[in-house]
Design a protein around this ligand. Structure first.
Ligand SMILES: [Zn+2]
Length: 168
C-alpha cells in the first residue's frame, strides 16, 4: 500500500474539490461525509489488520494475504449495491454508501497506479494489473514528495476559496 495518509488525504481532497466546484448545493455533500469517505479510503487495507488479528491474537496461522478480497471490483460493488438498496427510501444512507464505494474504489486505483498491482477481477480472475509508478521509477520518496505537494496545493486552494486562515 502507499502510505495510509495518501489514501485518506487523496480521497478527502478529491471529494472536497468535487463539492466545491461541481455541486450546486453544498449541503448535498456534508463535510462529515467527506471525512467518512477519507476513512473508506483506508478500508481495503483492513486485510492487513485482519491477518494480524488471525495470526497474533486468535492464533490461527494463515498464510499472508493482502490486496486480495478487499482490492476488487466486487468489494466496491458491495457498497454500491447497498447504496442502491437505500436509494428509494433513505437518500442519506444511499449517499453515504456511495461515498464509501468511492473511497474504496479510489484506494484500489491508487494501489494500481503507484505500487505493485491489484487483481480487481478476483475471484473470477487472478490477473494482476498495475502501473507500479513508484516501483518503476525507483523513487522511494516519490510518494512522500507527491503527498506534500498535493497537500500544499489543496491548502492554497482552500485558502483562496474559503479563507481558511481566518479560522486558525
Ligand atoms: Zn491497499
Amino acid at each position: 500500500m502507499p502510505q495510509a495518509v495518501v489514501h485518506v488525504l487523496f480521497v478527502i481532497i478529491v471529494l472536497d474539490l468535487f463539492r466545491d466546484h461541481f455541486l450546486k448545493d453544498k449541503r448535498e455533500l456534508p463535510l462529515h461525509y467527506i471525512f467518512i469517505g477519507g476513512i473508506a479510503g483506508l478500508l481495503p487495507d483492513i486485510d492487513v489488520l485482519l491477518f494480524w488479528i488471525l495470526n497474533n491474537f486468535l492464533g490461527i496461522g494463515v498464510p499472508w494475504f493482502h490486496r486480495i478480497f478487499t482490492h476488487t471490483f466486487l468489494f466496491v460493488l458491495i457498497f454500491l449495491f447497498i447504496s442502491l438498496i437505500y436509494f428509494d427510501f433513505n437518500r442519506k444512507s444511499s449517499k453515504l454508501f456511495a461515498v464509501i464505494a468511492f473511497g474504496v474504489a479510489f484506494h484500489i486505483f491508487l494501489d494500481w497506479l503507484l505500487v505493485g498491482g491489484v487483481a480487481p477481477f478476483y475471484p473470477f480472475s487472478g490477473s494482476v494489473f498495475g502501473l507500479n509508478l513508484i516501483g518503476r521509477l525507483n523513487l522511494p520518496l516519490a510518494v512522500e514528495g507527491l503527498e506534500a505537494f498535493v497537500l500544499l496545493w489543496w491548502l492554497w486552494h482552500e485558502e483562496k476559496l474559503h479563507r481558511i486562515s481566518d479560522f486558525i
